[in-house]
Design a protein around this ligand. Structure first.
Ligand SMILES: Nc1ncnc2c1ncn2[C@@H]1O[C@H](COP(=O)(O)OP(=O)(O)OP(=O)(O)O)[C@@H](O)[C@H]1O
Ligand SMILES: [Mg+2]
Length: 703
């Protein structure tokens, strides 16, 4: 492949010209230098790790390889850590359908075999989904010949990292796959490349120059030695500066509350710079969002959007987030104030990124912690993206001279941290070990050792942590997930189900305890799922005294710790989370829930989604331990899915009918499908919130 080393033009690539034609249609004619370095290796079938700066076009390298493979009838998987990224990659690949390459996306449901995905040439999915597919062992997985691991530096992430490395280890043991791993700049990229037996491509090159700087007073100084004086100091001064220059800004803060507050505080600055055309388009954008989803948060957000600014955090619903991102990409929303959830891998048209907070709260570590340099660089990297700007600026704000020095040394000049495997953590290890045995991928001690040797964990540690593995296997055996049969372990039915349902074994044990006790109420089981480590519970706040009062009213199927027990505080947050779910299925208004729990629509959605999955899992376990509970849990699961009381369960299954409209119909006397069948469309249309379009849709469905 040496002959292509000098290639810079897309045209000259030794790949099918139908591929290059579509790439060129998107305005990409030349390869960037890191792409030019990586492609010969990638196209010759070698494993490659690309550790290069943000925006250097890492995805395109992987795209070219998997598209060419697809035309040669080879399958690929593109694995990303986040759903939003999966969507972006999927949309990038869709245009290649025109030349017959099929692309599928899969991010949800972790208890499905996914056999249908076998028909696609390229499957884009999240790490969890890839893991779950591997556990269900669809045949097509054996045909995968290229695995792309995007954002591989996140092996360092305690929650997502272990899954990423276990997936790669599994693929590498299963068959001859080519691994293309894309990484941010990290200190130990060589170690990652060595682990994957890959060629390492490193570079400091960036297509759009990114100037990193610190603001102190009105003076903005950059690392490259340049500086300029602003009209005003602080965040306000920076925003005015970038807007007056025709750019857009992305501000990162560390809490949701701060993102809302800052957006409101800055709205004068954006509003005063809008032209009448922009004002009108922003008005339309915000109207559309509120029309599609009315709640306190969307009303607040729409007021901001009207003024050319927005906040963005995990509490927003998908629709709200999408409205903000679209408005920003269209250049209408001039500034987004976001929490770091927006940071990883996405393309945004921000000329200036401003990072307001360098510390954030970390529950696990018990207080405020500095944000790692790597994450700061990821946030900075959202500025100056190709296709949007010819230069980007990333700014930190100092309050005094001393801090200015510190920011300069600790962030701008600092090396990015190395990444470390997090597979050693107990939850990760017990979950993945069980999956290995349950899928019979590794069931003897030797096979488990062989597997572990393929992980980044053992690669970094240098030895197999035998004692720790024995401890975990012993835990799984004592709790009846696995049984020893001579030299091998075999999973019990309980163990196999737990692995297939994608549960933490500890969650499965909690559910089992809940199922084996005396029968409880709907609330008892909502609490039981909230007591599993797979549910992220709401924090308890000072004004949540009511949670304790709730205890007297409810029965629990799990033990209640006494108030002096350190576990009591945690128990209360489980109860609080269960109360949210209960309010949801009692049809409490979304706005009331938002206010009572200090949660956003995105949080409600996330809790509901997790609860659906866990109730489904508990129902499946009930088949083993308490069959009588199966119908009860099915119904409860449906109520959570739709957010309604039992009597609405038939009405909500109609398309276009959510819990609110179902309640309207029910109140008006239309309680069953046959009653709807007899009703006239006009009568239904006259009900509040129904209207003719929905009424017709109902009639079409009920016949
Ligand atoms: N050779 C090229 N010429 C012009 N534009 C390109 C080229 N390669 C990629 N791009 C564009 O550059 C942008 C950034 O690419 P990409 O998202 O792959 O960056 P990345 O390296 O993955 O960055 P991050 O580390 O932030 O994820 C995309 O919009 C992409 O279309
Ligand atoms: Mg990327």
């Amino acid at each position: 492949m040496a002959f292509i080393l000098s290639i810079m033009m897309i045209d000259e690539l030794p790949v099918d010209e139908r591929i290059t034609a579509i790439i060129k249609e998107r305005g990409i004619t030349h390869l960037y230098p890191p792409q030019k370095d990586a492609l010969p290796h990638v196209l010759s079938g070698k494993n490659v790790v690309m550790s290069v700066p943000t925006a250097a076009g890492k995805s395109l390298v992987a795209y070219i390889a998997i598209l060419q493979a697809a035309l040669e009838h080879k399958k690929s998987m593109y694995i990303v850590p986040l759903r939003a990224l999966a969507q972006e990659k999927y949309e990038d690949l869709l245009p290649f359908r025109d030349i017959g390459i099929t692309v599928g996306i899969s991010t949800g449901d972790l208890d499905k075999r996914g056999d249908y995905l076998g028909k696609y040439d390229i499957v884009v999915c999240t790490s969890e989904k890839a893991d779950s597919l591997l556990r269900h062992g669809s045949d097509w997985l054996h045909d995968v010949s290229i695995v792309v691991a995007d954002e591989i530096h996140l092996v360092n992430d305690a929650s997502r990292g272990p899954t990423m490395e276990v997936n790669l280890a599994r693929f590498m043991l299963m068959q001859q796959v080519q691994v293309i791993a894309l990484s941010a700049t990290i200190q130990n990229a060589e170690e990652v490349a060595h682990w994957l037996d890959a060629e390492l491509i490193q570079s400091t090159w960036r297509p759009v120059p990114l100037k990193e700087g610190v603001l102190f007073g009105r003076k903005l100084s950059f690392l490259d030695g340049t500086s300029r004086e602003l009209q005003n100091s602080r965040l306000e001064g920076l925003l005015e500066d970038v807007l007056d220059d025709g750019g857009q800004a992305l501000v990162f803060v560390n809490t949701r509350r701060a993102s809302q507050a800052a957006a409101e505080q800055l709205e004068e600055i954006t509003a005063s710079r809008l032209d009448p055309g922009e004002r009108e388009q922003l008005h339309e954008l915000s109207e559309r969002m509120v029309h599609d989803e009315t709640n306190i948060v969307s009303r607040k957000l729409s007021r901001c959007i009207e003024r050319g600014i927005a906040f963005h955090h995990a509490g927003l619903s998908t629709l709200q987030r999408r409205s903000v991102e679209t408005g920003f990409k269209q250049g209408l929303i001039k500034c987004i104030v976001a929490t770091p959830t927006l940071a990883a891998g996405v393309n945004t048209p921000a000329r200036m990124v401003i990072i307001k907070n360098l510390w954030r709260y970390s529950g696990g570590e018990g207080g405020m912690r500095p944000i790692p340099v790597m994450e700061i660089k990821q946030m900075m990297g959202r500025a100056g993206r190709p296709g949007y700007d010819s230069e980007g600026e990333a700014i930190l704000i100092a309050k005094n001279e001393m801090e200015r020095e510190r920011l300069w040394n600790d962030y701008l000049l600092a090396d990015v941290e190395p990444v470390y495997s997090k597979l050693a953590s107990e939850p990760a290890l017990r979950m993945h070990l069980l999956a290995l045995v349950a899928t019979e991928f590794a069931s003897s001690w030797e096979e488990i050792i062989d597997f572990m040797k393929k992980t980044f964990y053992v690669h970094q540690l240098g030895v197999v942590p035998e004692e720790r593995l024995w401890e975990m296997l012993d835990f799984l055996e004592r709790n009846e997930f696995i049984e020893a049969h001579g030299e091998r372990w075999k999973a019990t039915r309980f163990g196999r189900k737990t692995a297939a349902l994608y549960l933490d074994p500890l969650s499965a044990l909690t559910m089992r305890r809940a199922l084996e006790g005396k029968k409880g109420t709907a609330f008892s089981y909502l609490h039981a799922i909230c007591a599993t480590p797979d549910m992220r519970c709401l924090y308890l706040q000072r004004r949540d005294g009511w949670v304790e009062e709730k205890l007297a009213e409810e029965t629990f199927v799990l033990d209640v710790p006494p108030p002096y027990d350190p576990a009591y505080e945690w128990f209360l947050s489980e109860v609080k989370t269960a109360c949210l779910l209960e309010d949801w299925i009692q049809e409490r208004k979304e706005d009331d829930i938002i206010t009572k729990y200090h949660a956003g629509p995105g949080d409600i959605h996330a809790k509901v989604e997790t609860a659906e999955w866990l109730l489904h899992a508990m129902r499946e376990l009930a088949r083993l331990f308490n069959f009588e509970m199966v119908p009860f849990l099915s119904k409860l699961g449906m109520r959570v899915a739709y957010g309604c009381r039992e009597e609405l369960l038939t009405l909500v299954t109609l398309r276009g009918i959510g819990r609110v409209r179902a309640r309207t119909l029910y109140r008006a006397g239309f309680k069953t499908i046959s009653m709807l069948r007899k009703a006239r469309a006009e009568t239904l249309a006259s009900l509040p919130g129904i209207g003719m379009t929905v009424a017709r849709k109902i009639k079409e469905q009920v016949g």
